[in-house]
Design a protein around this ligand. Structure first.
Ligand code: GLC
Length: 577
């Protein structure tokens, strides 16, 4: 495959000082540098990306049809959220078969064709491995239910007798991520109440027992199955959940029965030390292959030190940076950048910079709120200034894409899509809605199908004459946000992303680890990547004057002279004349 070659993009005419200049130099690290160290990875949520057959749900041919957009955008890799057969109790994170493709998305042949087509364009593919739990209809689980207590089939999962005289109470006090107890009682074949099984997430997602050697060996094979077909990396879903303290003792939640994995220390079902054996094993499998196959952890744990343990040199290569994802749009960004770098330096790991995903409030909506921390995201009632949010999204793109490490863009964030907070209740699909007793609407607001072209739903998401509506309703008024509209609009959110990604490919400074803060007021982030590249982000609420010794390569807002307005960012290079 061809890599590191700039995609053939149609350059936009927009650029604050006549468009990007690419003559900047900078030392490139010459030692072998795996592709993922500097990659920009685009998250595809397949159900919502593009629908090629008109059934209202995205599919693999839809992703293939969208590759032109992704190549024009200039991303290096895709992370495709689960594409396996699934009853969709949790949007595909409940898997019925790990070596196949959900028929609603296509076939294994389609997946192989997609991999080949992406590779031919220099785009790599990371898939999502959901190995903490299966779906209820996975043959391992149906066999376990049909088998007697203590059988090898049951040993693949976490079955226990209930507490209390009739076993009517769950085996321990563990809670589920989606609310309520983490245990579900089974019914025996003769209709009597049976054992309980553990589910860290929804009851439709029974936890596998990772102390079981059959589970470990089978997943070695599953990883090889996909590596053999050419996938370039594996996202490890819910990594800290895999291992549980033997004996399954009660947890001490301190009286707060909410899933707070980012705060738990010494919890018996989260971030248990033995979990690392599993990922060392996965690393060995990845290293059987050439091409720098990468493992990416989703690991929300209590401290940077705990996270670094997943990133030891013989374990997972990179991990999502949830601190960056959650910090408000303010000076706290500087602290998180520093902490991230300090945490990762001792283990030599690469930073990741993530601002959105299929689990979060859309960035435009969050950044438009007075309190832009992500914790407030669950409530649709909090007002948001979307114009301000859009402005900040563009600035944040320049910040994120200037930092050393891997950057992630969630589909639609390159368009500045807002959250869709008014999906009718009877259309909500996220299990959080039901599990929370209709108090939390869940994550559907960021999963609404993408708008490609046109002025009304389905905005090109489904083909003309489609028989079904998009699986989540799209709002009116997205005509100006479509890919087509923004591609033709110099200075649009899409245009800023494209230019930034184009520059990122061209400038050697981006293939180094160079990073140094410059002296600046606290509310201005100002850093250099080697001698020839500088990024300035204005968080001060006031205009600032840019250094006259430096020229602007790109800015997140059109510039009028050397003044950078509030909530804006620019990349600079030394003036040569
Ligand atoms: C991860 C996924 C999320 C899913 C959960 C359970 O957090 O990102 O969407 O619900 O794992 O698999």
């Amino acid at each position: 495959m061809t890599v590191n070659e700039p995609a053939a993009i149609e350059p936009s005419t927009w650029g604050p000082l006549g468009g990007p200049r690419t003559e900047s130099g900078g030392a490139v690290d010459t030692a072998h540098r795996p592709w993922w160290r500097d990659a920009v990875v685009y998250e595809v949520y397949p159900r919502s990306f593009r629908d090629s057959d008109g059934d209202g749900e995205g599919d693999l041919d839809g992703i293939r049809a969208g590759l032109d957009h992704l190549q024009d955008l200039g991303v290096d890799a895709l992370w495709i959220a689960p594409w396996f057969p699934s009853p969709m109790a949790d949007g595909g994170y409940d898997v019925s078969d790990y070596c196949s493709i959900d028929p609603r998305y296509g076939s294994l042949e389609d997946a192989v064709a997609l991999l080949a087509e992406a590779h031919a364009r220099g785009i790599r593919v990371i898939i999502d491995m959901v190995a903490n739990h299966t779906a209820l209809d996975h043959p391992w689980f149906t066999a376990a239910l049909a088998a007697p207590e203590g059988s090898p089939e049951r040993e693949r999962f976490v079955f226990r007798d209930g507490r209390g005289p009739d076993g009517n109470e769950p085996p321990n006090n563990w809670i589920s991520a989606f609310g309520g107890p983490a245990w579900e009682r089974t019914t025996n074949p003769d209709g009597t109440p049976g054992q309980w099984y553990l589910h860290t997430f929804a009851p439709e997602q029974p936890d596998l027992n990772w102390t079981n050697e059959h589970v470990r060996t089978d997943f070695d094979g599953i990883l090889r199955f996909w590596f053999d077909r050419g996938v370039d990396g594996i996202r490890v879903d819910a990594a800290p959940a895999f291992f549980k303290t033997p004996g399954l003792p009660d947890a001490d939640y301190g009286g707060d029965l909410r899933f707070r994995s980012g705060e738990w220390v010494g919890n018996p079902h989260w971030d248990v030390d033995d979990v690392h054996d599993i990922f060392k094993r996965w690393r060995r499998v990845a290293e059987e292959y050439d091409g720098d196959r990468v493992l990416v952890a989703e690991a929300v744990v209590a401290s940077p030190e705990r996270l670094a343990r997943y990133l030891a040199p013989d374990e997972i290569h990179t991990a999502f940076n949830f601190e960056f994802l959650k910090v408000p749009w303010d000076v706290g960004l500087r602290r998180v950048i520093d902490e991230t770098r300090e945490t990762l330096a001792p283990v030599g790991a690469t930073a990741t910079w993530v601002l959105g995903s299929h689990d979060e409030l859309r960035l435009t909506t969050r950044y438009g709120r007075v309190d832009s921390s992500s914790e407030v995201g669950v409530s649709p009632d909090i007002p948001s200034d979307l114009a301000l949010g859009t402005r900040r999204v563009r600035a944040a793109a320049l910040l994120m894409l200037a930092l050393p490490g891997t950057a992630y863009i969630y589909q639609g964030d390159e368009l500045g899509l807002p959250s869709v907070d008014d999906i009718p209740e009877d259309r909500l699909q996220d299990p959080i809605w039901e599990r929370s007793g209709h108090t939390l609407r869940g994550r559907d607001a960021c999963r609404v199908p993408l708008p490609w072209h046109g002025d009304e739903p389905p905005y090109g998401f489904s083909p003309d004459g489609a028989i079904s509506q998009p699986w989540l309703p799209q709002p009116a008024g997205w005509g100006a946000l479509t890919v087509e509209a923004q591609a033709a609009d110099p200075g649009s959110t899409l245009d800023v992303h494209r230019w930034a990604l184009h520059l990122r490919r061209e400038l050697p400074a981006f293939r180094t680890d160079d990073f140094a803060w410059r002296e600046s007021p606290a509310e201005v982030l100002d850093f250099q990547r080697g001698p020839h590249l500088r990024c300035v982000v204005n968080l001060s609420g006031e205009p600032i004057t840019l250094d006259p010794e430096w020229d602007v390569l790109i800015s997140s807002v059109p510039l009028d002279g050397p003044v950078l307005e509030h909530d804006a960012a620019a990349w600079l290079t030394p003036r040569t004349s």
